[in-house]
Design a protein around this ligand. Structure first.
Ligand SMILES: *Cc1c(COP(=O)(O)O)cnc(C)c1O
Length: 435
């Protein structure tokens, strides 16, 4: 079907879609600055209304009055497990299999190291970790550090080379489920099956999946997973991350950061480390309870969607939002050099839409941000494919709080920015520290 035969939604149509949207009520859980269209929940989720009072309560009452008794009395000690159980519901894991703790980078270090230990025990020849060149750099850096430490090699491939790369040297396949730049989503189940068939373990990074797309770790037979608390889980800047290990692996080895919170009896103060049962051994040290409190409020905003159909309903709306955005950009912003790099096919797309622009990606995004349409920019790495080689504008779609009319307005701003050429102003070229 050519584009001319497709009915392009008008603004009124988008407003009607909002009125008919059963998930619209979930928006009231959030503080949304007026006049701002926030398309960056994939980088930093917005503030839930409940968080402010909850964090204040942790400070003034729990810390201020109950002091150290809060570790028992106010559920501080169990917070990583309690919040982990809630996150488990979003990613197809069971209660007792997830802990909220540390950062994504640190959790990746723990699970990748554990996977390497298992592989080394099973085989004397498998010494390769396979990942994608276009993976999020921290994942690659952690893998590089572990390879240097353990005498393994990191083999970086393009997405299309996956099946051929899985040979008998591969110990671990480490992938991010949804690519942070392009929004491409792997089929976790078939990729995991291919890795297992080749004799490799899988480590999945769910940074752009948890709370964004349905994930079923058990159905996929995944081995290890980590994910981020401050993106789609709305846990706040620097929120604790999470880690999941399949129960068949959880108790096989110590994880490398064997701190006292992962001890079987931390308050026995034994000089000898003895790992806790199950996922608890993937804890290391004392966690920030302010961070935990905020993360729990964020995760609760997603659990509130369960009565409205949960992740399946959120997914349906997310795809409708990104479909609308892509369709409107193609129809209304044609001829300005924007090239969609996010797959059109639903099964291959996360909850974002990214566009390459050869010269102006940064400045166009800055001009949009000046109009309070907030997405972000990701620089291309030198000499790569579209997955890592081109500057892109990135727009995240969080169905918990985003509406169809906002999508329409965002595209209208983009059209105006492109048509007027206002992005070419000098002030939009200045690179800030965080893009
Ligand atoms: C956001 C993100 C991270 C972030 O790691 P931190 O340790 O929280 O800084 C890691 N991996 C991926 C794939 C991400 O998208």
């Amino acid at each position: 079907m050519s584009i001319f035969e497709v009915k392009i939604p008008r603004r009124r149509d988008c407003q009607l879609m909002d009125m008919a949207d059963p998930l619209r009520v979930l928006r009231h859980q959030f503080v949304l600055p007026p006049d701002t269209i926030y398309l960056d929940g994939n980088s930093l989720g917005v503030l839930p209304k409940a968080t402010t009072a909850r964090v204040a309560d942790v400070v003034t009452r729990e810390w201020g009055e109950d002091l150290i008794t809060s570790w028992n009395k106010n559920g501080w000690f169990d917070a990583p497990r309690r919040i982990g159980d809630k996150i488990a519901q979003l990613i197809g894991a069971a209660a007792g299999e997830v802990v909220a703790t540390d950062t994504t980078s640190i959790n990746l270090y723990k699970v990748l190291s554990t996977a390497m230990t298992i592989a080394a025990q099973n085989s004397t020849t498998r010494r390769v970790i396979v990942s994608e060149r276009g993976n999020f750099p921290t994942d690659l850096y952690i893998a590089q550090a572990l390879c240097a430490e353990r005498g393994f090699q990191l083999h970086l491939i393009d997405q299309t080379e996956l099946t051929t790369a899985l040979n008998s040297d591969v110990a671990v396949l480490m992938l991010t489920h949804v690519n942070y730049r392009t929004g491409f989503m792997h089929d976790m189940e078939s990729v995991t099956a291919a890795a297992h068939h080749a004799g490799a373990l899988t480590v999945w990074d769910l940074a752009h999946s948890a709370g964004a797309v349905p994930v079923d770790l058990h159905a996929a037979l995944a081995d290890f997973a980590v994910g981020c608390g401050y993106k789609y889980l709305n846990g706040g800047p620097g929120a604790p991350a999470f880690v999941w290990v399949h129960p068949q692996h959880a108790e096989r080895f110590w994880q490398p950061l064997a701190g006292w919170w992962g001890h079987a009896a931390p308050f026995a103060f034994s000089p000898q480390y003895q790992p806790a049962a199950g996922i608890s051994r993937f804890l290391c040290g004392t966690q920030s309870m302010l961070g935990m409190a905020a993360l729990e409020c964020g995760v609760d905003t997603l659990l509130a969607a369960q009565v409205h159909g949960g992740m399946a309903a959120l997914r349906k709306k997310s795809l409708a939002l990104s479909d609308l955005f892509i369709q409107l950009v193609e129809h209304r912003c044609g001829g300005y050099g924007l090239e969609v790099v996010t797959p059109q096919e639903h099964s291959l797309r996360g909850s974002q839409a990214s566009f390459a622009h050869s010269k102006g990606a940064y400045a166009i995004m800055q001009a949009l941000i000046a109009r309070k349409v907030i997405g972000d920019f990701r620089a291309g790495a030198a000499g790569g494919t579209v997955a890592d080689g081109e500057d892109i504008l990135r727009f995240g779609f969080t169905p918990l709080y985003l509406g169809f009319d906002e999508v329409w307005q965002a595209v209208e701003h983009l059209r105006q920015v492109l048509e007027s050429g206002e992005w070419k102003a000098e002030k939009f070229m200045q690179k800030l520290a965080v893009t």
